[in-house]
Design a protein around this ligand. Structure first.
Ligand code: NAP
Length: 282
C-alpha cells in the first residue's frame, strides 16, 4: 500500500487529505494520504526518515516550505526559482523537491479564462509579497505580459521579489508601496490578491475597483471564504473573477501522480466536495 502525507504545523485545517482521498477512491487505489503535525525543530528529522516510515512522499506546507527546500537533495527548476518546496518524493533513492503552487495557479487561470487571455493583459498587479506571491510572479513572468506590479505593506519584500526574479524574464517587475497602488490599479488588466486579507477572521482587502480598467480580471487566492469581499466587489463592478479554490485543486495533481502513479483530474465533483466542506465548517 502506498502512503503519502501532508506535513505542516498546524495542519488540522488542511483540505489536501480530502482532495487526495477523493482521487484514491476514484482510482480504486489502496493507498493513504495522512496529516502529520511536525514542529519546526523536528522537521529535518522527519524529512530524513519519512521513507523509512513507509511513505512514498508528500506535501509540505506552512511553516516548512523553505526548510524543505534546504533539506532535499535535488530540486526541480521551478523549486529552485522559488526557493520553496511543497512536494517531496524519493526517486532512485534520492530525495527530490518540487513546487507545484505555480502550476496550480497558472493552470487554474488558463482553464478559467481560456487560452490566449494574456492578449488582453498588458500589466498585472499582485497584492502581497509573501510565499504565495512569489509563485504567482514566477508563473506570470513566463507569459507575454509587459509589466508586473508587486504592492506590499512591507515594500522591502516586494523589492526582494524584483531582485530575485527579474533575471528570469523580460517582463518588467515593479515594487510598490501599499499606499502607491492606485496608479497601478488603473493600468492593470489582471489583479491578484495574495495577501491574507479577506480570509475568514482577517480584515477585508479594500481596493477601489472603480479605478480598475473595465476589462480587468480579479483573482483572489484566498479560498476561505470562496467568495471573498474582493471578489464580491469585483462582481458588483461587472469584472471577471477567478477564485482561489482552483489553485488549491490543481497544485495537488503532480504530487498525486508522483506518489500513486496515476494522473488525477480536477473534476466538478471534486470541487463540489471541497466547497461543501468549506460551507460546513463556516
Ligand atoms: P505569507 O507568506 O505569510 O504572506 C502574507 C502576505 O499578506 C504578505 O504580503 C503580508 O504583508 C500580507 N498581509 C498580511 N496581513 C496584512 C495586512 N493586515 N495588511 C496588508 N497586508 C497584509 O502567506 P502566503 O503563504 O503567501 O499566503 C497568503 C494567503 O494566500 C493566505 O491566505 C493563504 O491561505 C493563501 N494561499 C492560497 C493558496 C491556494 O492554493 N489557493 C496557496 C497558498 C496560499 P507583509 O509582508 O507586509 O507582512
Amino acid at each position: 500500500m502506498t502512503k503519502a502525507f501532508i506535513v505542516g504545523h498546524p495542519i488540522k485545517h488542511s483540505r489536501s487529505p480530502l482532495i487526495h482521498g477523493f482521487w484514491l477512491k476514484t482510482h480504486g487505489i489502496a493507498g493513504s494520504y495522512e496529516r502529520i503535525d511536525v514542529e519546526s525543530v523536528n522537521f529535518g528529522d522527519f524529512l530524513k526518515s519519512f521513507h523509512e516510515q513507509g511513505f512514498a512522499g508528500g506535501n509540505v506546507t506552512i511553516p516548512h516550505k523553505e526548510a524543505a527546500f534546504s533539506g532535499v537533495a535535488r530540486r526541480t527548476e521551478r523549486a529552485e526559482r522559488l526557493k520553496a518546496v511543497n512536494t517531496v518524493w524519493i526517486e532512485n533513492g534520492v530525495l527530490w523537491g518540487d513546487n507545484t503552487d505555480v502550476l496550480g495557479f497558472m493552470t487554474n487561470l488558463d482553464l478559467s479564462l481560456g487560452t490566449g487571455w494574456e492578449q488582453h493583459v498588458d500589466n498585472a498587479l499582485i497584492l502581497g509579497a509573501g510565499g504565495a506571491a512569489r509563485g504567482i510572479v514566477a508563473g506570470l513572468q513566463d507569459r507575454s505580459l509587459k509589466r508586473i506590479f508587486i504592492a506590499n505593506r512591507t515594500i522591502a519584500k516586494a523589492e526582494d521579489i524584483v531582485r530575485d526574479f527579474q533575471r528570469y524574464s523580460a517582463v518588467e517587475l515593479v515594487a510598490l508601496a501599499w499606499d502607491d497602488l492606485d496608479s497601478a490599479l488603473g493600468q492593470s488588466q489582471l489583479i491578484v490578491n495574495t495577501t491574507s486579507l479577506g480570509m475568514a477572521g482577517q480584515p477585508p482587502l479594500n481596493l477601489d475597483l472603480a479605478k480598475a480598467p473595465g476589462n480587468a480580471i480579479v483573482s483572489d487566492i484566498v479560498y476561505v471564504p470562496l467568495k471573498t469581499p474582493l471578489l464580491a466587489a469585483a462582481e458588483a463592478h461587472g469584472l471577471r473573477i477567478v477564485d482561489g479554490l482552483g489553485m488549491l485543486l490543481h497544485q495537488a495533481v503532480p504530487g498525486f501522480e508522483r506518489w500513486f502513479g496515476v494522473r488525477p483530474e480536477v473534476t466538478p465533483d471534486l470541487r463540489a466536495l471541497i466547497v461543501a466542506d468549506l460551507e460546513s465548517s463556516k
